[in-house]
Design a protein around this ligand. Structure first.
Ligand SMILES: Cc1ncc(COP(=O)(O)O)c(C=O)c1O
Length: 419
């Protein structure tokens, strides 16, 4: 197949101009490094509603970027907008206490099986750090066991074992000493975990940290009983089990990964969909571990418990509790997966369609083809992540996924030179 590229000028002329301007005032031209990977360039958005976004030229897109995961309810969900609008003129950040702190906490704890207490913070990266600190304080041990390919935020201490094999630091300026505190094992390898945790005390392992679907490793469902094995082994060897549910939380099920795949964690980290588009994260779980903050664990943050974001959390929890919300999400995502897979079968394009819950991937072994597909789809009004990942939301209906499937068929035809 000859891979042809979209004509960048045609995709979104206003975005191209904005992108060129942004590069002179913002490092890298984007506010988070990964966004620079969008083909042919990041789309500059003027407005977003439900499953749709409009660029600075007024062109409409079906959005599967979903802000890289948070928008499980879609953009500008009325419940979220109303809740935020009610708080906004009343207060911004009191820095003392306010009712939304415990009201939103109660709503989260009610949704998540086994969670007794939580701490608020702003981003997933931060909440992972708090969870690790609690685990270290609780066990008196220092090392963290994580899995190959798993991303847990950009902080030095966990930016290891993501793309480098054998595990190495992933960023310029990262302190290589962090490698001493991390053990990296293959995902879904229950035997390797069992063998390693047999020596947990000797190896000084405080915690097992897992993204239950290895999202940044291409999305892998945990094998049946894998999470339960982690649970059993952690309990046996006095290790804290931490589910990093920054991606899976409130997406794969209302109660998260343990509701769907079993294996009750000691601590669980939420971000992204927790506030459906506002900066808010939390670490929730066992009260005896969280309550280390009353003993010796330092947990702070000027913007922790921001009332605007917590109003969004409370409203999001109410929306996630709607009957059939997750069944409908799964049904639409399945229709999307099947539609895309049918195009692959019909055209023979070298791609593989893969789905975990409401996340669908177009994987291709050819990076040039992958980049070309992302650009061609943007040209046809469909947005997805540079790595071929697509987040389906509760605002997407059959008509939106069908539109995207038709655009995919068209893009494949154009790329293969038949269009
Ligand atoms: C599994 C996982 N953990 C942690 C993070 C970090 O969250 P944040 O970007 O909010 O710092 C991410 C971000 O994508 C993530 O996917």
């Amino acid at each position: 197949m000859t891979v042809t590229r979209v004509v960048p000028e045609d995709v979104s002329p206003g975005s191209l101009r904005a992108w060129q301007r942004a590069k002179s005032s913002i490092g890298g031209g984007v506010s988070s490094g990964l966004r620079a990977g969008f083909q042919p360039y990041p789309i500059f958005v003027e407005r977003a509603s439900g499953p749709l976004m409009w660029d600075v030229d007024g062109k409409e897109y079906v959005d599967f970027v979903g802000a890289w995961g948070p928008m499980v309810l879609g953009h500008s969900h009325p419940g979220i907008v109303d809740a935020v609008a009610e708080v906004l003129p009343r207060m911004q950040m009191p820095g003392t206490g306010h009712a939304l702190e415990y009201e939103a906490a109660e709503a989260v704890l009610e949704a998540v099986p086994g969670a007794e207490r939580l701490l608020w913070s702003n981003t997933g990266t931060e909440a992972v750090q708090i969870a690790l600190r609690l685990a270290r304080a609780h066990t008196g041990r220092m090392k963290i066991l994580k899995f190959n390919g798993a991303y847990h935020g950009w902080h030095d201490s966990v930016l290891v074992g993501l793309t480098q094999s054998p595990p190495n630091i992933e960023s310029g300026g990262q302190n290589p000493k962090v490698l001493e505190d991390v053990v990296v094992l293959p995902f879904n390898d229950a035997d390797a975990v069992t063998e390693t945790l047999e020596r947990a005390a000797e190896l000084d392992i405080a915690a097992v940290l897992i993204d239950p679907i290895l999202n940044s490793g291409g999305g892998v469902e945990p094998d049946p009983h894998f999470l339960e094995t982690l649970r059993a082994q952690c309990s046996k060897h006095g290790v804290v089990l931490i589910f990093d549910e920054v991606i899976t939380g409130f997406r794969v099920a209302r109660g998260g990964a343990s509701e769907r795949w079993g294996g009750q964690p000691d601590l669980v980290v939420f971000g992204k969909a927790l506030a459906n588009g506002f900066s808010q994260s939390a670490v929730a779980g066992r009260a005896d571990i969280i309550d280390r903050v009353n003993v010796d664990v330092w947990h702070a943050g000027t913007y922790n418990g921001n009332p605007i974001a917590l109003a969004a959390v409370k409203a999001a929890m109410a929306a996630y509790a709607e009957p059939d919300a997750y069944a409908r999400l799964e049904r639409v995502a399945t229709r999307f997966e099947e539609g895309l897979a049918d195009v692959v079968r019909r055209t023979g394009v070298s791609a593989d369609i893969h789905r975990v819950a409401s996340i669908v991937w177009i994987n291709t072994p050819d990076p040039k083809l992958g980049a070309s597909l992302v650009g061609e789809l943007a040209g046809r009004g469909v947005l997805l992540l540079p790595r071929g990942e697509m987040f389906v939301s509760m605002a997407h209906g059959d008509e939106h996924v069908d539109r995207a499937v038709a655009a995919f068929a068209d893009a494949v035809e154009a790329i293969s030179g038949r269009g």
